[in-house]
Design a protein. Structure first.
Length: 269
């Protein structure tokens, strides 16, 4: 009997597509650099773009990325540091508007979540965080906008932060990291995880046990439940319908990211 349980889309990806070591471990020999995105986007199902964090991109660039990738592929965009690496987030309105107007709508249905990564020194402040959340666009190019918040200070391990994220329907990034807080509370209709513990000594970055665990966790989340393995700050949210899940292998031993993504995709297929 076929499985009748509804499940959201699980996407697995890497950070960017231009990385010198990948020309020896990931890309086919002789592949020209101009075709790296075309190749990478057919090996993974999503890519997190880091370049948007450092500089403003042009509409032509977003359109080019859209055209080079297959149907169903999605980009997550890291919001600019000018909007997130500041002591008062509520003052980021102008930077956010400039970022959104830079051409994000050119991605069309390939525009995935926007990642808002805060400075490691930024402490949680209820009023400032709510002022920031009010600045985030609800739509981009006529499509609903999705936002994921990545705090990097322990003060965000706070029920008030979880409640605020749920109120505004934004996701909290789950960081599999030794350096930053790992918050597994589900606060939106999608989940965003950054897996940052890849090891150079393991060809697939993570060992089989860890990859099996993440596959199970991803399926549980996609069905609308919450895995017991994820650390939570508050009580689980009420069970929802199917939700989309985004998992990115990033940082850590970056040269192993494509191998890790490929192995996880095998387990999910």
């Amino acid at each position: 009997m076929p499985n009748s349980i509804k499940q959201g889309r699980i996407r697995v990806g890497i950070g960017g597509w231009t990385y010198e070591p990948w020309r020896k471990t990931f890309y086919p020999k002789g592949l020209v650099q101009a075709r790296e995105l075309e190749y990478a986007s057919r090996q993974v199902t999503a890519i997190e773009i880091n370049g948007t964090f450092y500089r403003t991109q042009k509409p032509e660039s977003f359109a080019k990325w859209r055209e080079q990738t297959p149907d169903g592929f999605v980009f997550a965009l890291k919001a600019p540091r000018y909007a997130t690496m500041r002591s008062v987030l509520g003052d980021a309105g102008e930077s956010i508007e400039r970022f959104v107007a830079s051409g994000l709508a050119e991605l069309g249905d390939k525009l995935g979540p926007i990642l808002w990564q805060f400075a490691p020194t930024k402490r949680f402040d209820v009023a400032d965080m709510e002022a920031f959340l009010k600045l985030l666009p609800t739509q981009i190019g006529g499509r609903p906008a999705r936002h994921a918040l990545e705090p990097r200070h322990e003060s965000f391990v706070d029920r008030a932060f979880i409640a605020l994220a749920r109120r505004y329907g934004v996701a909290i990034v789950y960081s599999d990291s030794e350096e930053y807080p790992s918050i597994g509370d589900v606060t939106s209709d999608f989940v965003y995880a950054r897996l940052m513990r890849s090891q150079s000594s393991i060809k697939t970055g993570y060992n089989d046990v860890a990859l099996d665990a993440f596959a199970k966790i991803a399926k549980t989340l996609a069905r609308g439940s919450e895995p017991a393995e994820f650390p939570r700050v508050d009580k689980p949210a009420a069970k929802s319908g199917a939700r989309d899940v985004f998992l990115f292998f990033i940082n850590g031993a970056k040269e192993r990211a494509p191998g890790a993504a490929a192995e996880l995709l095998k387990r999910l297929s």
